[in-house]
Design a protein around this ligand. Structure first.
Ligand code: NAD
Length: 353
């Protein structure tokens, strides 16, 4: 019998509720398939600050040695907004990603048939929308030098956007490989008309493209990409971009899909995969049984697929989620009138497994 080890980091805000839902789904998958999932639990973010004095404690880092995958809720919240910036909850997440070396963040976006009316876009713009954002996750401005100081009597601050060619190459290869498994179209999103770092991205991605002549490569400036995502989202297949542009564009993409509570993510490229919904800890709705757990449940599906090769089980979860939405069940973020709670919509997913 197989034994698969997962580190579960529930985090803050809605994190614990949505992770519990995903674990219920995993339990059902385990019963149906006979596969044993060995779960260990750890602290991250604000919860870790409260318990251990820092957002990514050594104890959590040590637990990474034993596992093949990490399932994460979300971190942060107003309770920790005014603490020392060096130990903010979000720093824990960045440290975790860096420790794992997961440089490729995949964020798929598709329109579920029953949710067309939830999108702010007109239905005619939503036909055939199915793309994936490949975001560089462990470099760029979120990890560059930064400082705040007084110069010439003025408060001044800077954040450095820096990439070397190796960092660009490995994510580019990942994106081309992803495109090869899809419609063979890749859009590089950058700001090469202004930024030197973007010019280097164009150069390096152009070089990698020579190894993938079957893939159609297109370049878009990020401001134009933000516009095209709304004007013609179906024109995209694989979007390759840096850390900060990917962060912003994927939140925009979540609205095309109807809610941020629907978009999962997988962070790959190293031995251990990291899986989390794209949303934050949503402190405004935490503890009320109204958070949408589907992004986390879909992140679990990605975990089964990418870390354990359990394609069939991943599809079963994705189909169950699709069916729940097609059958008209909604959480509050998606509902006009009646809606189900976090736990109750999870029960509907489980019924359809
Ligand atoms: P957020 O994603 O937490 O929330 C934005 C809005 O979306 C809120 O109105 C929230 O209620 C709603 N929302 C989010 N997830 C939802 C879900 N599953 N179901 C229904 N509605 C949902 O972003 P924010 O408000 O900017 O940040 C809140 C906290 O989360 C901050 O401390 C921020 O730093 C942190 N954050 C963490 C992560 C992460 O852990 N990966 C990502 C982004 C923000």
């Amino acid at each position: 019998m197989e034994n698969k080890k997962i580190l579960v980091l529930k985090g803050d805000g809605v994190g614990p509720e949505i992770i519990d839902c995903a674990l219920e789904v995993l339990n059902v998958i385990s019963q149906k398939s006979g596969i044993i999932f060995n779960l260990i639990f750890g602290d991250i973010g604000g919860a870790a600050i409260d318990k251990h004095g820092g957002p990514f404690p050594k104890e959590t880092e040590r637990k990474l040695q034993d596992v093949s995958a990490v399932l994460l809720g979300a971190v942060g919240g107003p309770k920790w907004d005014n603490i020392d910036p060096a130990i903010r909850p979000e720093k824990g997440l960045l440290a975790l990603r860096k420790a794992l070396g997961v440089y490729a963040n995949l964020r798929p976006c598709q329109i579920y048939p029953g949710l067309i009316e939830n999108s702010p876009l007109k239905p005619e713009y939503l036909k055939n929308v199915d793309f994936v954002i490949v975001r560089e996750l462990v470099g760029g401005i979120y990890f560059g030098k930064r400082d705040t100081f007084v110069e010439n009597g003025l408060r001044t601050a800077f954040d450095e956007e820096r990439y070397d060619e190796e960092e660009i190459k490995r994510i580019a290869v990942y994106a081309f490989e992803t495109a090869m498994g899809r419609s063979k179209k890749l859009t590089l999103v950058d700001k090469a008309n202004v930024l030197d770092s973007s010019k280097l991205w164009r150069e390096v991605v152009g070089e990698i493209a020579l190894d993938y002549p079957q893939v159609e490569l297109e370049y878009l400036y990020v401001d134009n990409a933000a516009m095209q995502l709304i004007r013609q989202p179906s024109s995209f297949d694989v979007i390759l971009t840096n850390n900060i542009f990917g962060d912003i564009l994927s939140d925009e993409a979540s609205q095309i899909a109807g809610s941020i509570g629907l978009l999962p993510s997988a962070s790959l490229g190293a031995n251990i995969g990291l899986y989390e919904p794209i949303h934050g800890s949503a402190p405004d709705i935490a503890g009320q049984n109204i958070a949408n757990p589907l992004a986390t449940i879909l992140s679990l599906a990605m975990l089964l697929r990418y870390s354990f090769g359990l394609q069939k089980e991943a599809e079963q979860i994705e189909q169950a989620v699709t069916k729940v939405l097609a059958d008209g069940y909604r959480t509050k973020d998606l509902a006009q009138h009646e809606f189900l709670g976090t736990r109750e919509i999870t029960d509907e997913v489980i019924k359809r497994l």
